[in-house]
Design a protein around this ligand. Structure first.
Ligand code: ZN
Length: 135
C-alpha cells in the first residue's frame, strides 16, 4: 500500500535561482540542499505542512533531469509516496503489472531508499516509492 504523498519533485534549470523563487512563493526557506550522486542531481527540500517539495537540478548532462528538461522544459517531474516496506511494494506492484525502472531500491535524497515506476505504466506520471532509512 502506498501511504501519503511524501513529496513532489520539480525539475529546474538552476537550483539557486529556483530556491530564491520558491522561497518567495512559499514564504519560507528550504531546509536542506543535498547532492544525490546516484541520480546526478542536486536537490533542495521545502517542508510545507507534512509534505515536501523537492527541487532537482541536473549535475551532469546525462542525468535524467537534464533529459527531462531538454524534452519537456522545467516543471513537475515526479510524485513520491511513502511506503513502509519498499521491497514488498516493489514486488506487489510488479505482480500488478507496473513497470519498475530499477530492480533494486537506490539510496535517494533525504535519507530514503527509493525506486521509480515507469510513467508508461502509470498514465504518464513518474511515481517514486520512498522508504525512510531507519538508523
Ligand atoms: Zn523525489
Amino acid at each position: 500500500m502506498l501511504k501519503k504523498p511524501e513529496h513532489i519533485g520539480i525539475a529546474v534549470k538552476n537550483l539557486e535561482n529556483s530556491n530564491a523563487l520558491f522561497t518567495k512563493l512559499f514564504g519560507k526557506s528550504f531546509y536542506k540542499i543535498e547532492p544525490v550522486e546516484s541520480e546526478h542531481v542536486s536537490t533542495s527540500f521545502f517542508m510545507l505542512g507534512d509534505t515536501k517539495i523537492e527541487l532537482l537540478e541536473a549535475s551532469d548532462p546525462n542525468s535524467a533531469i537534464a533529459k527531462f528538461i531538454e524534452k519537456k522544459g522545467e516543471g513537475i517531474h515526479h510524485i513520491a509516496f511513502d511506503v513502509e516496506d519498499i521491497y514488498a511494494e516493489m514486488k506487489r506492484l510488479q505482480e500488478e503489472g507496473f513497470e519498475l525502472i530499477h530492480r533494486e531500491p537506490k539510496k535517494g535524497a533525504d535519507n530514503k531508499l527509493i525506486c521509480f515506476l515507469h510513467p508508461k505504466s502509470t498514465n504518464g506520471v513518474l511515481i517514486e516509492l520512498c522508504q525512510e532509512i531507519k538508523n
